[in-house]
Design a protein around this ligand. Structure first.
Ligand code: MN
Length: 227
């Protein structure tokens, strides 16, 4: 009887320790999706959102927190890490990019995202000539990207807006990016972001993206770069 109790206690202790070990002690958090999986229907379908957020994003996150642990990145900001990207191994670039870019992407979309602020619209006009010219350049970056990657709208060091087309999970905050800047808008053009609904018709996905852009958030991000 006593042996049984000891055995049970040992088992309980082991389970407790496994539970403790599995707990996430990373300083990097896994953000909640700011809307329901079907909120961006019909432009971005529920199934795509479920796979994209629950599987792809979570895998980037899980791999990044492992890489963060290995490379002693806990406590650092993503901006700080990206500014020193070239000093870190490729896992930090791929998984850190995957983590940050997706968290950013969920934020700049919404079922009712409003319109660009007057000040952002002015900056778009000054940087691209017109809103339509900006859309054309952004769509071109998204549609002509060969392989996997992202289209970006970012603010350079002089305050000017620019469109960037970057491979894989790179972003304009990384010191390895051809042109450095603070991102305010991004579009994931990896096939996993649209293939379930759009198959090979990436251009349709890109066109529909404008219907779910959270311009209120994008304008906020732009405003922050002015400080
Ligand atoms: Mn993705």
């Amino acid at each position: 009887m006593k042996t049984k109790k000891v055995l049970l206690f040992t088992l309980f202790l082991q389970l407790f320790m496994i539970g403790t070990r599995a707990q996430n002690t990373s300083s990097f958090t896994f953000p909640a999706l700011p809307y329901s999986y079907d909120a961006l229907e019909p432009y971005i379908d529920k199934a795509t959102m479920e796979f994209h957020y629950d599987k792809h994003f979570r895998a980037y996150y899980n791999n990044f927190i492992k890489a963060a642990e290995t490379n002693s990145l806990n406590g650092k900001s993503m901006e700080e890490i990206f500014a020193n990207m070239s000093k870190y191994p490729i896992q930090v670039r791929n998984f850190g990019g995957g983590y940050y870019n997706h968290a950013f992407f969920w934020e700049i979309m919404s079922p009712n995202g409003g319109e660009p602020s007057a000040i952002l619209l002015k900056a778009i006009n000054e940087s691209f000539g017109s809103y339509d010219a900006f859309v054309k350049e952004f769509e071109k970056a998204a549609n002509t990207l060969f392989g996997s990657g992202w289209a970006w709208l970012a603010v350079d060091d002089t305050g000017k807006l620019f469109v960037a087309q970057l491979p894989n999970q790179d972003n304009p905050l990384m010191d390895i990016a051809p042109k450095h800047g603070k991102p305010i808008l991004a579009l994931d053009v990896w096939e996993h972001a649209y293939y379930l609904k759009y198959q090979n018709k990436r251009a349709d996905y890109v066109t529909n993206f404008w219907k779910v852009v959270n311009w209120v958030k994008v304008s906020e991000f732009y405003q922050k770069t002015l400080k």
